[in-house]
Design a protein around this ligand. Structure first.
Ligand code: ATP
Length: 229
């Protein structure tokens, strides 16, 4: 589903090049939930940005669904992002003036789905995440955990093959965080979406199928029950 092969990322800085990813190899399979841990500044977001086609790696290959995306122009990359990749961030970035239903329906409308069908699918998605009674609520009328579940529904709106999440439960209390994560994991299992989740939350990481730590630019697989970076 997602393959990274020898991915490196070097940022130019006043002190010279700063290499934060040094030949990263990673495969995430359909339905699998993979955790990415590592201290602040270790390169988790850089890796997600490369996997999500938001930035081009300095070298190495990114394959989505077996397709090497390196040669694609920006238009093709944007298309791929819209149809095959969903993103969830620490802060939900929902549109405040839209209700939950419209927030989830919007990416489908952008992808060309008719309004009635988009609303039907958005309702289904929100209901699957336990928000059937909240579809007409605006973000400000939802709890933090509910907002984050709407953000997950939105990320899955166009039935992506890959879900990338950067601290998706970072601003939630432990119980809500666990509930949001369970909802996400359940969806990965039922829809077959491959999920790569960066987190500082070792408790959550312990519930993922596989966990990798970024250390000095390299990925190191961790035993799932490991509690340390
Ligand atoms: N555009 C940039 N230019 C220069 N340096 C950058 C740039 N983006 C990131 N960096 C540096 O690369 C390193 C890795 O950053 P990154 O955001 O990937 O880390 P992270 O593991 O996601 O951190 P956090 O857990 O704090 O979000 C950091 O030292 C950061 O300062």
């Amino acid at each position: 589903m997602l393959s990274l092969r020898g991915v490196t990322r070097t940022y130019p800085t006043a002190q010279g090049g700063l290499t934060v990813l040094k030949g990263v190899d990673l495969e995430v399979m359909p339905g699998e939930v993979v955790g990415l841990i590592g201290p602040s500044g270790s390169g988790k977001s850089s890796l997600l940005h490369a996997a999500g086609l938001l930035e081009r790696p300095t070298s190495g290959q990114v394959l989505i669904d077996g397709e090497d995306v390196g040669g694609l122009d920006e238009r093709a990359r944007t298309r791929l992002r819209l149809h095959r990749i969903g993103f969830v961030y620490q802060f939900h970035h929902l549109l405040p003036e839209f209700d939950a239903l419209d927030n989830v329906a919007l990416p489908m409308r952008i992808a060309g789905v008719r309004e009635g069908e988009a609303r039907r699918r958005a309702t289904e998605q929100l209901t699957a995440l336990g928000l059937g009674q909240r579809i007409t609520h605006q973000p400000a009328q939802l709890s933090g955990g509910e907002q984050q579940r709407v953000a997950i529904a939105r990320a899955l709106a166009n039935s992506p093959r890959l879900l990338l999440a950067d601290e998706p439960t970072g601003n939630l209390d432990p119980t809500t965080s666990q509930a949001v994560f369970e909802a996400l994991r359940e969806l990965a299992k039922t829809t077959g979406v491959a999920a790569l989740i960066a987190t500082h939350n070792m408790e959550l990481a312990g519930h993922m199928d596989r966990v990798f730590a970024l250390k000095d630019g390299h990925l190191v697989q961790r035993a799932a029950e490991s509690q340390a970076y």
